[in-house]
Design a protein around this ligand. Sequence first.
Ligand SMILES: [Zn+2]
Length: 480
Amino acid sequence: MIFAFAFPFRFIVDSAMEKPSILFPVTLLLFFSLTISAQKKSVDLIVQNGTVVTMDANRRIIENGAVAVEKGAIVAVGTSTTINRQFSSKQTVNAQNKIVIPGLVNTHTHIPMTLFRGIADDLDLQEWLTKFIFPAEAKNVTEDFVRVGTRLGLAEMIRGGTTTYCDMYYYEDAVADETFKAGMRGVLGETIIDFPVPDNKTHAEAIAYAEKFINKWKNNALIVPALAPHAPYTVSTEHLRNVKRLSDKLNAPIVIHVSETKKEVDDSIAGKKFRPVEYLESIGFLNNRVIVAHTVHINDAEIDILKRRGVGAAHNPQSNMKLASGVAPVPQMLAKDLAVGLGTDGAASNNDLSLWEEMDTAAKLHKVYANDPKVLTAAQAFEMATIRGARALHLEKSIGSLETGKRADIVIVDFDELHQTPFYNIYSHLVYATKADDVSTVIIDGRVVMRDRRLLTLDESVIKKDANAYRQKIITSLSN
Ligand SMILES: [Zn+2]
């Protein structure tokens, strides 16, 4: 700014003493361009010329909009004209004729289970889990299996515009390592369950693993390490209390399956005299660090408990439909403004990791179940996949919308494919017409991880080769 003030002063003095010449307008032009560029702030990245769906409190949609990013955070959101007047950047993403949305939030999955995609279908949860999944896991899951499955899941999710996911599995330290290397954001929970599993043979070992894992990752920019007791019916009261104590001590989230099937609720009432959510409340387990997955069979009183305790919930419509678990009371949860997001669940019960399908399914499932097409709108489904999903993971202060100060998790979606033509309503198109393949560019924490459909942090051909190598091993293990 000193330069900007000093220069015109000298210029005026000089021009008063000398005859005007051709140098006069040229110098004037140079001065103004220097002044303007001196005022522009240089940032790391500008996404520009797109329709920006902010998902902020006013649900602002900005035509010909732009987002400026510096040090992984959003520093400004506005029209392209405004942003380009204030900021300059060597790195830009042109989103012309495209839609710019907050990165999608997958609130529940088991990412390494991509390697079990399609090994057993068309079964109910108990038969599927006890006859196929638990034995297949016991025979196949190693740290290498987890790494290969995680890379496959990460590539699939990034391709589909998911920028944050909530996981629960074994060897979660390896999941975190692969996730961080790929530049993806995750709330990652180490599974705790009351039988010997591939990474830990006892409860004490699992708790020790979890504590070490959480301490290792707790200050990471992308990873939120968590505890993942499998379910109230597979982890004893004493062990759930240990998990809660550790969560309190380390300020770590807890991810848990709750009320997934009617059988679980019936068994809970028979054995514990409480429904599952009531039982968790009775042992002091619930607070605003807990994320419950499924909650298919919960009543109004249980919704009130979840709301009062600030618990987040993950709704997994496709998994619940495929395992015929039932239909979660999502419209009732939304009516009480519960933090309920969307999840794919593991790829073995879905069988993909596309949140676009979950949005579409959620909106349609609840319409047909309630016999009311207004019961869950496209805008609500999109909200569940973004800002409400962020609330479900207790991360709404940093992600879930495109707002100044939030982390720069930004997805650019093509909007001119045949199945998107013509275009009238943005939320309708996002939920009912758009597919995972329409995502063109993905930015997580300010870093471009996919540009024009090309993954920049993961190698697809290696991922497919590694995953296929596990196929034969898994088939052989299940026939023994
Ligand atoms: Zn699950």
